[in-house]
Design a protein around this ligand. Structure first.
Ligand code: AMP
Ligand code: ZN
Length: 477
C-alpha cells in the first residue's frame, strides 16, 4: 500500500513500525456545532484508508480525539474557546453542547457507514496526560510564559515548518509581513503557540488548577498527548484535512519531537477540501450542508459517500446537487445489478473466459486502492465488474463469484452493498416485491401501488423501478 506523505511530498510505500500493525491517529471534530459534509469528506477518506489497510491484512489501531476544550476561534491563541463561546451563545452549559454535538457526529458517521475508531478520546478527560507532556517540554526548556498562557518556543524546534514545506525563518517573516494573525503580548516568535492557556473571565467550566496556572490546554498539545498515550511515542499514520498542515500538525510535530527526541509520525496523510461554488465549505461562510440536509432533499447518504469517492482525496471536490444526483444514479445502477444477480436462479452456462475477466477486474480494483487510495479509478473497476454481471446467461457459480467480488470491493468502499442482496430481504418482503413486479407486468398499477405502500409501512422498505429492474432501499439508507 502506498500513500502520499505530506512530509516528504512523495507517494511512499507504507512500512509500519511493527509488522502488520498500524497505529493510526486522526484529528477528530471540535464539538461546538454540526459537522458539515466537508468535514465528513475528510472522515470518509480516513475510513477508506483504514478499511484498505485492514483489507491488506493489517491490524489497525485507529485513535480519534474529540476536541471539547482548547480549540480557539482563529488560529492565533487569542480568540475564545469555540465550545465555550457556543455555550454562552446558546445559554447552555459546555457539557450540554459537547454531548449534543458529539452524539450528532457519531450518528452521522454511522449513517455514512464510517467505522468507529478503536479509541475515541475526549480532550477534557486527558488533562493529566497533557500536563505530563507539558512538564517534559518544560524540563527541556522549550516553554516560557506570555500574557495569556504558557508558550512553546518554536525557534528551538529542529526543522520547524518542514511539514508545511517551509522554515521557521520564512514562516515568521511571512506572518510578520502579512500580519494576518493577532498574537498575544509577550510571545517571542509569531509562530509560537500556547500549550496551556490561562483562564480569563472567571470561567468555571473546563478549567483546571495546575502549577502552570488556572486554565485549559492548547488544542495542539491535546493531540500529541492523546496519540502518545494510545499509540506510543511514534505512530505510523497521522491524518487530517489540509488546513491542519501549517499550524495544527506543524505544532503537534514540533512539540512531540521536542519532548521525545524521536520521529513522531511516519506518514502524514491530508485530505483536500470540499468546496461550494469554488469556496471552502465552512460555517463562517454560511455555505454548509449537513448529512440531514442531504437526506431531507431525498438523497441516499450512500450517494454522498459515493460522490466523495469519485474525486481523489488529494483533489478538491466542488459540491453540487447535480453531482450528487449523478452519483446516486450510478450507485443505484450498482445496487440494481447486485439485487438482480443475487436473485438469479442457476440457469446459464459457464463461460470459460469469465473467471479470468473477473479476476483481472478484482486485482486491478485493489491495485488502484493500493496506489494512494485512487478511488475514482477503483470506481471504474467497480463498473467494469457491473458490466460483467450484466452479461446474459450467467451460471449460478459465476453469479456468486461476482457477488463475492462486489462484497470484497465493499469491504473498502463501504457502500452497503450487502443491504441490496436478495438474501437481505425478509421472505415476506421478497414475495411482495415479486408480486408487485407481476402486477406491473400486467399493468395493474393499483395493486403495484398498494404493495409499495405495504412495503414501506410494514418493512420500512422503499422500492424504485429502474432500467435495470426493481431496487429496494431500507430506511437506514
Ligand atoms: P474541525 O471540527 O473544524 O476541527 O474539522 C474537522 C475535520 O474536517 C478536520 O480534519 C478538518 O481538516 C476537516 N475539514 C474542515 N473543513 C473541511 C472542508 N471544507 N472539506 C474537507 N474537510 C474539511
Ligand atoms: Zn489534532
Amino acid at each position: 500500500m502506498r500513500v502520499y506523505n505530506t512530509l516528504n511530498r512523495k507517494v511512499e510505500l507504507i512500512r509500519s513500525i511493527h509488522e502488520k500493525k498500524i497505529g493510526f491517529y486522526a484529528c477528530g471534530p471540535t464539538v461546538y456545532f454540526y459537522a458539515h459534509i466537508g468535514n465528513m469528506r475528510t472522515y470518509i477518506t480516513q475510513d477508506i484508508l483504514r478499511r484498505a489497510l485492514i483489507h491488506e491484512g493489517y491490524s489497525v489501531r485507529h485513535v480519534m480525539n474529540i476536541t471539547d476544550v482548547g480549540h480557539n476561534v482563529g488560529d492565533g491563541d487569542v480568540g475564545e474557546d469555540k465550545v465555550r463561546m457556543e455555550a454562552k451563545a446558546e445559554h447552555k452549559g459546555m457539557d450540554d453542547i459537547i454531548n449534543f454535538y458529539t452524539d450528532k457526529f457519531f450518528k452521522e458517521e454511522s449513517i455514512l457507514n464510517i467505522q468507529r475508531p478503536e479509541v475515541v478520546c475526549k480532550a477534557s478527560e486527558h488533562i493529566n496526560d497533557m500536563l505530563e507532556l507539558i512538564e517534559r517540554l518544560d524540563a527541556g526548556s522549550y516553554l516560557y510564559k506570555a500574557s495569556n498562557g504558557v508558550y512553546f518556543d518554536t525557534s528551538l524546534s529542529k526543522k520547524y515548518g518542514e511539514l508545511a514545506g517551509t522554515t521557521f525563518e520564512r514562516m515568521n517573516k511571512e506572518l510578520k509581513a502579512g500580519a494576518r494573525v493577532e498574537r498575544p503580548q509577550g510571545i517571542r516568535n509569531i509562530t509560537d503557540f500556547a500549550v496551556w492557556r490561562f483562564a480569563e473571565h472567571n470561567e468555571k467550566d473546563m478549567v483546571w488548577d495546575t502549577r502552570f496556572g488556572r486554565g485549559f490546554p492548547g488544542w495542539h498539545i491535546e493531540c500529541s498527548a492523546m496519540s502518545m498515550k494510545y499509540l506510543g511515542e511514534q505512530i505510523d499514520i497521522h491524518a487530517g484535512g489540509v488546513d491542519h498542515i501549517p499550524i495544527h500538525h506543524t505544532n503537534e510535530l514540533a512539540q512531540s519531537e521536542a519532548a521525545t527526541g524521536k520521529r513522531f509520525v511516519r506518514y502524514w496523510v491530508h485530505g483536500e477540501f470540499m468546496t461550494v461554488d469554488g469556496h471552502k465549505m465552512s460555517k463562517s461562510l454560511r455555505n454548509i450542508y449537513t448529512v440531514d440536509d442531504i437526506i431531507k432533499r431525498g438523497y441516499l447518504p450512500m450517494a454522498y459517500r459515493y460522490l466523495c469517492l469519485t474525486v481523489h482525496y488529494r483533489n478538491m471536490l466542488n459540491f453540487t446537487f447535480e453531482a450528487l444526483e449523478h452519483s446516486q444514479k450510478s450507485l443505484k445502477s450498482i445496487y440494481a445489478i447486485i439485487s438482480r444477480i443475487s436473485a438469479l436462479n442457476d440457469t446459464g452456462t459457464v463461460d470459460k473466459n469469465l473467471a479470468e475477466e473477473i479476476k483481472t477486474v478484482r486485482d486491478s480494483f485493489f491495485s488502484c486502492i493500493e496506489d494512494d487510495i485512487d478511488t475514482p479509478s477503483a470506481l471504474s473497476k467497480l463498473h467494469a465488474l457491473a458490466s460483467l454481471a450484466g452479461r446474459k446467461n450467467l451460471s449460478g457459480a459465476e453469479c456468486s463469484r461476482i457477488l463475492d467480488v462486489f462484497l470484497e470491493f465493499d469491504e473498502v468502499l463501504g457502500l452497503r452493498f450487502n443491504m441490496h442482496l436478495s438474501s437481505a430481504l425478509p421472505k415476506e418482503a421478497k414475495e411482495l416485491i415479486e408480486k408487485r413486479e407481476d402486477a406491473r407486468r400486467n399493468k395493474d398499477f393499483n395493486t403495484s401501488d398498494e404493495i409499495r405502500t405495504r412495503l414501506r409501512k410494514e418493512f420500512k422498505i422503499s422500492v424504485e423501478d429502474t432500467d435495470q429492474g426493481t431496487i429496494w432501499f431500507s430506511s437506514i439508507d
